[in-house]
Ligand binder design. Sequence first.
Ligand SMILES: NC(=O)c1ccc[n+]([C@@H]2O[C@H](COP(=O)([O-])OP(=O)(O)OC[C@H]3O[C@@H](n4cnc5c(N)ncnc54)[C@H](O)[C@@H]3O)[C@@H](O)[C@H]2O)c1
Length: 424
Amino acid sequence: LAVDHDVADPALATAGAGRIAWAAARMPVLRSIGQRFGEAKPFAGIRIGACLHVTPETAVLIATLAAGGAEVALCASNPLSTKDDVAASLVVDHEVATFARRGEGVAVYASHVQAVASREPHITIDDGCDLIERLHSSGPERLRSRVAAADLLGGTEDTTTGAAHLRAMAAAGVLTYPVVSLSEATTRAMADNRYGTGQSVLDGIVRATNTLLAGAKVVVAGYGNCGRGVAARARGMGASVIVTEANPLRALEAVLDGYEVMTMRAAAARGNVFVTATGNRDVITAADFAEMPDGAILANAGHFDVEIDVKALAELAGGRRRPVRPGVEEFTVGGRGLLLLCEGRLVNLAAADGNPAQVMDISFAVQALACEWLVRHRGELEPAVYGVPAEIDGQVASLKLATMGIEVDELSPGQLAYLKTFGG
Ligand SMILES: NC(=O)c1ccc[n+]([C@@H]2O[C@H](COP(=O)([O-])OP(=O)(O)OC[C@H]3O[C@@H](n4cnc5c(N)ncnc54)[C@H](O)[C@@H]3O)[C@@H](O)[C@H]2O)c1
């Protein structure tokens, strides 16, 4: 094979190619960006190092960047999410240097990140900072001189947690190059957190339990983007929805959106399905479990498995716990069976397929355009964390609408001048 690689089995390429084609067919925004990149070659002579979940959607992103002339190398950002057949197809069909094996141990994982870092990428793409960290740990001075020579242009970071870490690095003066934080893009918060998570969380709950949502009381904790999405989809399926919040503004919004709002303690006795989406810990605790009706379903949509106090649930149940379906464990508390899904981990990833390709299309379109922005601003940016420029958000929204055949009104020069003078 022509490119450097470490994948489980290149013979899996045919299966991987099929899955990549399935995703690509559902990612028209990235396709249209890929067509433009193919003509304009914005990444001619640019090496891109990517540390991402090795999935079919990621493969479509990588192919888009390669179409723009980039020489891309890829490693996994999580050993458990790697699809070995996709990794094989990237090597065999796309000649992308790929270093990823599903289930790889810590040492192999680190060697794969190193394999990408050692290619001295001009642009890094991260989902959790591993590549950025690796580059920084191998000599910040060298990075600084590469930045000064406009040989290292910048990076992108996908996660909110990663962006917070990078901001701390920037504040401490140890971040050596500019990074665009993608999770704050408006298109992304909308498509990913609200609509993608909103749908896939309910998908996970239904797949795990086959419960009927119509007529059920669904309690949604947290009315951020994820919570709003879950609440709206649950209502759409005929559930009556109760929202719990800690922020009065968000609570008021939920009330005005037509939901019942109350404390978790009050909601505990009334709910049939509980979904946490707060990003906080101990949202459902022992005192709440004690109130819940028989058959209550407990699911978490937040990033970490700390929102439902699973330890307290186990203590209340004593030994009275048993698996009842794949991904469902029943805890008997005061004679009532409470059903915990996927040990309190992200229910949409553990019990369903995560975000649909159409959602990843938008997220990765932002990613591809952010990389192009870094090239356009070569040598102009500070070593800091940048938000996604508003024009990229607008461009992605326009492209998505165009791929759906939807036209929107264009403001006339007179209207633009009016808004400038009198608009908010
Ligand atoms: N499952 C997924 O695929 C997926 C996707 C995106 C984000 N997330 C995660 O979901 C969580 C929420 O994301 P978001 O974008 O909606 O965040 P957000 O910050 O917009 O909203 C969280 C809301 O929860 C509220 N809250 C905090 N503590 C609370 C408590 N104890 N009780 C009730 N409400 C409380 C906050 O006031 C806030 O309004 C995060 O952990 C995020 O990482 C998961």
